[in-house]
Design a binder for this molecule. Structure first.
Ligand SMILES: *Cc1c(COP(=O)(O)O)cnc(C)c1O
Length: 244
């Protein structure tokens, strides 16, 4: 997507601009566009949390976001997390893990992440219950809207039992539901469905009201349909230099 917040004459840097300051300007423009969309939806900015996804980007880019006040950052691999954890300037980051989680990496991820958005099977929860963690970890149960197993997420039929398993876990704190709109799907229809399915999770724990939905290409629809946690990469960070 382009021009997340082109208004008032302020130029938003193109997505291939990685000069110092470009990401900050995209972030500021994105936040402005987001605030407008939230207002248009009749919602409150306090109810919508922005996670800037830094995957495939450098620690320096992440540090630029932190300096601009963006402390919630997302990565989708353990390797990506580890590459940034030790970097100066990133100590205060709240890391969100968004990717498919392999069992043998789950403990390492849980030790460093504030929140895992991709809990998609009970075995992961069983595994984490057997290890020692010194603090609770926020968790979203990821639902698959199209049943495509390569993209992660539990089938709709498995959503309620999985949410119950997370709610009963030792270390995970059930926050809500997460979903990715299927490729080529109508985003409004997809996120309307997510909002319905959020009620299944809320039925398990009345406090688990959060909805993690919306990426660079479909976040406006997600805001319209009640998303509380947006996971925005490209619109803020630009296109990764390795992916151009
Ligand atoms: C990469 C990723 C995002 C961000 O994607 P963009 O299209 O770059 O905004 C969000 N959620 C998940 C699960 C991701 O893997």
């Amino acid at each position: 997507m382009t021009g997340a917040g082109e208004r008032g004459g302020a130029e938003v840097p193109p997505l291939d601009d990685h000069r110092p300051g470009a990401t900050t300007r995209r972030l500021v423009a994105y936040r402005a566009a987001l605030a407008e969309e939230i207002a248009r939806a009749g919602r409150s900015v306090a109810d919508v949390h922005l996670i800037a996804v830094t995957k495939y980007h450098s620690a320096a880019l992440a540090a630029e976001l932190v300096a601009a006040g963006q402390l919630d950052l997302g990565e989708n691999t353990l390797q990506g997390l580890r590459g940034k954890l030790a970097e100066p300037g990133l100590e205060a980051v709240r890391w969100h893990f968004l990717g498919r989680l392999q069992r043998n990496k789950a403990t390492a991820v849980a030790r460093v992440a504030t929140c895992i958005h991709s809990i998609d099977r009970p075995e992961l929860v069983d595994h984490l219950d057997r290890v020692e963690l010194d603090r609770p970890v926020d968790a979203f149960v990821q639902v698959s809207l199209d049943g495509d197993p390569t993209r992660g997420g539990v089938a709709v039929a498995g959503l309620e039992p999985l949410a119950e398993r997370v709610a009963a876990s030792r270390h995970l704190r059930l926050r809500g539901i997460m979903a990715v709109a299927p490729v080529g799907a109508d985003a409004d229809a997809a996120f309307a469905r997510v909002r319905e399915l959020a009620e299944v999770v809320r039925g398990v724990d009345p406090a688990a009201t959060a909805i993690s939905a919306g990426m660079s290409s479909d976040w406006r629809a997600a805001v319209r349909h009640g998303a509380t946690h947006l996971r925005i990469g490209t619109a803020i960070t630009g296109v990764p230099e390795t992916h151009r």
